[in-house]
Each structure stands twice: as C-alpha cells, then as structure tokens.
Design a protein around this ligand. Structure first.
Ligand SMILES: Cc1cc2nc3c(=O)[nH]c(=O)nc-3n(C[C@H](O)[C@H](O)[C@H](O)COP(=O)(O)OP(=O)(O)OC[C@H]3O[C@@H](n4cnc5c(N)ncnc54)[C@H](O)[C@@H]3O)c2cc1C
Length: 364
C-alpha cells in the first residue's frame, strides 16, 4: 500500500520519499509471493465499485513499467446458492459480466476444480503477481522522481505544527509536510503513544500468521481463481468458517483457509508451518481440487492485519495519512488505495467506511 501511495503521489508531482524497513521483495509482511486473487465479486456494491476503479490503475501501472502484473483468468465462486446468487446480482447490477453455472458445467470447463451447490463465474478476475506489483509500484514511483529507500526502519513519528518529524533506527531525521503510514502488521506499534500518538482512533487490529500452500498441478496458470464459500458442502465451522480461496500461479495452485491463523507479534513469529493445517488443506484438495497433486503441498506464511468489520483504514488526520487494516483482502485494491492516499494528502475526502475512529459495521 505504501509503494502504491508513493507511485500515485509522485505522479502528481510531489516530492516523495519511500522508507521501507526490509529489502526489495522481502517476505516478512503481507505482500510477497507470486499470486493474489483479483476479483470484482463482492456482495457489497461498495467493494465491487472499488475493484472496478482499481482495474484501469493496474493497467496504467503495467503501461508505465512494462511489467505484467495482472492476468485475467476469471474467477469461480461456489458454495450455497444464496451466496452465489447474491454475487451474481451484485456484479450484474454494476453492469459487469457474470454467469451462473451448475457444478457439472464447472467440471466441464475446469476439470481440476469440483464445485459445490451453486456457482458463479466472472471473467474480470484472475491473478495479480504480488512481487511484480510491489516492484512495479516502486519502479513507477522512481520514474516520477520518488526516492525509494530500503533497509530504513522508522522508529518515531511526531506531528510538529502542520508538518511531521520522522526518525529512523539509524537516527536519521526527516521533516515532511505529510506522511503516509502504511506499515501493515506493524501499524499499532508505530502509531502507539497514548495522548502523544500522531493520530487517534486507530482501532484494535488482529495480526495473524496465515498459511496457504501451493500444490503441484498441470498448467496452473490456466486456472481461474476460486472462492469456496461455506454453508453447503463446506462446513461453516473450524478451519473453513470463512471459506477457502485459491488460484494458479507459477508456483502451482495455491489454496488457503481464509483468516484462521494464530495471533502473532510480527517481529517474533514462528514461520514454521503448522502441520495440522497443511494436512487439512491436503484433505480439502483431495476432495475439491482433483486437478492438483494433493500429496505435495508446499506451505508458506504471510500476515493478515484485520479490523473488526474487515473494512480497511484509509484516512487522514492533519499531516498523517494511515493505510492499513487490510484484513486479508486488500491486494486487489492496492492501486486504487494508492490513489485514495494521494487524494487524501491533497486534501480531498476519503471513504467514510475507511475512517479512523469509525464505529465498526457489524463484524462479518
Ligand atoms: C496468505 C495471504 C493471502 C492473501 N490473498 C489475497 C488475495 O488473494 N487477494 C487480495 O486482494 N488480498 C490478499 N491478501 C491480502 C493482501 O496481501 C494484504 O491485504 C496486503 O498485502 C497488505 O499490504 P500492506 O501494505 O498493508 O502490508 P505489508 O505488505 O506488510 O507492507 C507493510 C510494509 O511496511 C514495512 N514496515 C513495517 N514497519 C516499518 C517501519 N517501522 N519502518 C519502515 N517500514 C516498515 C514492512 O516491512 C512492509 O514492507 C492476502 C494476504 C495473505 C497474507
């Protein structure tokens, strides 16, 4: 999110410096790896619209950098018909193409995927290459004049009048008219400080270590992305409470349980895979993903930083803009979140849904 904001701010002609604690392509946060699902299918029209707005910005990023970031292979949502019908209605109400399918049609078109009771396909979905996207944001930011620095850890942030003072671990000091804080799982740590905190209203954030796995498969890049919603053939309890997601990538077909990992301290987390979760994913794959080799999962770990209502934080207080609370579903929106950040810095309003200090909507 920070790299996206640097690109959009620099493209408006601002003097921009991006400070990143770790090296290029690091795997300590939430945005590493070869794949993230891009999709428009949300039951909530607010998110359909946000995803639609992100699409031309992804394409502009590709044009500016010459990198392929987004591949549209389509997406299959399947599960209880009530949910897939609601997704179909939300997509078509927004004028986006979508098709209702029965499980037999899914099996015919994608023999690697076994669908539950109801299914909906939409073509404006697919795979974002996460590492390429972050590198492209930084490349594009640099091309617009931004100074992109890795290995610089910010340790302090204070508001001084209408500007900001930023201090780093190496005791460097920066002064700026505005700062965008986009530190993922480290948000609470950097914005703590009680009465002297640089912003107020940062909600409680749950930082968890999530653990999908890649499975070997023939031609994984031809797979659509997929979401298996619980409530029909998939129990709405235990590891599958919030469903299963997956997609093809150069590493195989990725599948994961959504948001079930343990709460962790991002600086002291155990990155060794939980074998019970790996076995449960393999059992899922054996039943629902006949096109993968369920005996060969390769697990990986990554952080979710989740708000109570799963809406993000994209808001500004004085000279400080905060991007965070990405709740395990924000990568697809990174291009438009960068644009929203640039708008906020330039004094335009942001979505009230993403405000600091908001009353959370009913938790999902
Ligand atoms: C397993 C997994 C699967 C996912 N799948 C999808 C998906 O399919 N589709 C989708 O849309 N989303 C998905 N997401 C969610 C998406 O990846 C995240 O919402 C998004 O990457 C969050 O980005 P971020 O910039 O907030 O956090 P990060 O990527 O963690 O970035 C924060 C950065 O801040 C840096 N930083 C921290 N502290 C400091 C400091 N003090 N000084 C300087 N730098 C600092 C960190 O090093 C890090 O690089 C998934 C997430 C995970 C973990």
């Amino acid at each position: 999110m920070g790299s996206a904001a640097a690109w959009r701010l620099a493209s408006r002609g601002g003097e921009v410096t991006l400070l990143e604690r770790f090296g290029p392509g690091h795997d300590r946060g939430s945005s590493h790896g070869t794949s993230r699902i891009f999709r428009l299918a949300y039951t909530d029209p607010f998110y359909v619209d946000l995803a639609v707005r992100s699409l031309p910005l992804w394409r502009r990023l590709e044009e500016e950098t010459g990198r392929q970031v987004l591949s549209l292979t389509g997406s299959v949502d399947h599960g209880p018909a009530a949910i897939t019908d609601a997704l179909y209605e939300a997509l078509t109400a927004s004028g986006r193409p979508a098709e209702r399918l029965v499980p037999e049609q899914v099996a015919e078109r994608w023999p690697g995927l076994r669908a539950d009771t109801g299914a909906v396909f939409h073509p404006e979905a697919g795979r974002l290459h996460a590492d390429e996207a972050v590198a492209a944001f930084q490349q594009a930011a640099r091309a617009h004049g931004a100074d992109v620095r890795h290995g610089v850890r910010v340790t302090g942030l204070s508001v001084l009048g209408d500007g900001v003072r930023v201090v780093t671990e190496a005791n460097e000091e920066w002064r700026a008219d505005a700062v965008v804080v986009a530190v993922g799982g480290w948000t609470a740590a950097l914005l703590a400080g009680g009465a002297s905190a640089p912003v107020s209203g940062v909600p409680k954030l749950r930082v968890t270590q999530e653990q999908p796995a890649h499975f070997p498969a023939a031609d994984p890049l031809s797979w659509p992305s997929f979401i298996h919603h619980p409530g029909a053939g998939l129990p709405a309890t235990g590891r599958t409470t919030d469903g299963v997601y997956g997609l093809g990538s150069t590493d195989g077909v990725k599948a994961g349980f959504h948001g079930i990992g343990p709460v962790v301290d991002p600086d002291h987390r155990d990155r060794t895979p939980d074998l019970a979760t790996v076995r449960a994913l393999a059992a899922y794959a054996e039943r629902w993903l006949p096109g993968v080799d369920h005996t060969g999962p390769e697990p990986l770990t990554c952080l979710y930083t989740t708000t109570a209502d799963h809406d993000f934080l994209v808001d500004r207080q004085g000279p400080v803009t905060v991007l965070g609370g990405c709740s395990g579903h924000a990568f697809k929106f990174a291009s438009v979140i960068g644009e929203l950040a640039a708008s906020l810095v330039h004094g335009e309003p942001g979505p009230s849904r993403f405000a600091l200090g908001r009353r959370p909507r009913t938790a999902r």
